[in-house]
Design a protein around this ligand. Structure first.
Ligand SMILES: [Zn+2]
Length: 302
């Protein structure tokens, strides 16, 4: 009897340890992160930017019911050039759904490493392993797994461009702003933003603007994290206020939470490289989102 119990326990633990076909695969997610970084900095009007756009768009076309490129331009204050940008968007179950969620992240990277101590380095573009590639890597992998969510849940995968052009706030969040002003006919009911979630030492406390502008959603997500034993990664405590893509989403009627770990020393420096990030962190965020989306009625937030 004892032996049977142990054998069964072993069998079960083996089953949960090996990724099943539909469980978020952190190694696959990590491969998306390094692939983006291998292109080089993804700054608008550069070849790596276009390569990365194409990479994301090809994957979106494969995994979603419909895929679109949403182009827009911006005349950059730094050199007067017109920068070409694209949001890459994929929809799953969107037309048939009764509830619609937008999952968003920025895929562009900062053209200037303005947090570098050495002034000569401040004009160089950042590698953006965490700030750009990490959220994108999670959503690209998650997209493979969400076709199996109930048909009543529609998901919009929104890879926004121009989040980090800068240098000032008036030249940031450009893609999210463009999307929020040009929403699909069937509007999203809420949004979840990922930004800088690849830090090897990952902790994502509650971001105050998310809490104040989308309170029920924010609390719902953090309660869910606790219910599945992930309160260490998503502790129910406040961090400092962050200005990010979620602000324009909230302003335009889409309650949106920002998942961000802002305690990241290489932020906006040339040291924002893959070795500061980890596959485990991507895995935690991916598995959390997968669990949220697979709840029976995760989307009843109102
Ligand atoms: Zn940034």
């Amino acid at each position: 009897m004892a032996f049977t119990t142990i054998a069964l326990a072993l069998a079960l633990s083996f089953q949960t340890a090996a990724p099943t076909d539909n469980s978020f695969d952190q190694k696959a997610s990590w491969a998306w992160l390094t692939k983006q970084c291998d292109f080089g900095p993804r700054v608008p009007n550069t070849a790596p930017h276009v390569k990365c756009r194409d990479l994301i768009f090809e994957e979106v076309k494969k995994r979603c019911d419909t895929a679109e490129l949403q182009p827009f331009t911006h005349k950059w204050s730094q050199d007067g050039s017109t920068r070409k940008m694209w949001n890459v968007i994929g929809y799953q179950n969107w037309d048939t759904a009764t509830t619609r969620v937008v999952l968003l992240t920025h895929w562009d990277t900062r053209p200037s490493a303005d947090q570098e101590s050495d002034e000569a380095n401040r004009k160089k573009p950042i590698p953006g392993a965490n700030d750009g590639a990490s959220g994108t890597a999670v959503l690209l992998e998650l997209m493979r797994h969400t076709k199996s969510v109930p048909k009543s849940l529609g998901i919009c995968y929104l890879f926004v461009d121009g989040e980090d052009l800068g240098p000032g706030l008036d030249e940031m969040f450009l893609g999210a702003d463009y999307f929020a002003k040009h929403q699909p006919a069937k509007k999203p009911q809420y949004g979840i933003l990922l930004d800088m979630i690849g830090d090897a030492d990952l902790e994502i406390p509650i971001e105050p603007n998310s809490y104040h502008k989308a309170e029920k959603l924010t609390l719902g997500l953090y309660r869910h994290a606790k219910s599945i034993g992930m309160e260490k990664t998503f502790p129910m405590k406040l961090q400092g206020e962050i200005l990010d893509d979620h602000l324009t989403m909230n302003e335009h009627g889409i309650p949106t939470v920002d998942f961000i770990d802002f305690s990241y020393d290489p932020w906006h420096t040339l040291s924002d490289t893959p070795d500061k990030c980890s596959a485990q962190s991507l895995g935690k965020v991916g598995k959390f989102l997968q669990s949220w989306l697979n709840q029976e009625e995760p989307w009843k937030i109102k």
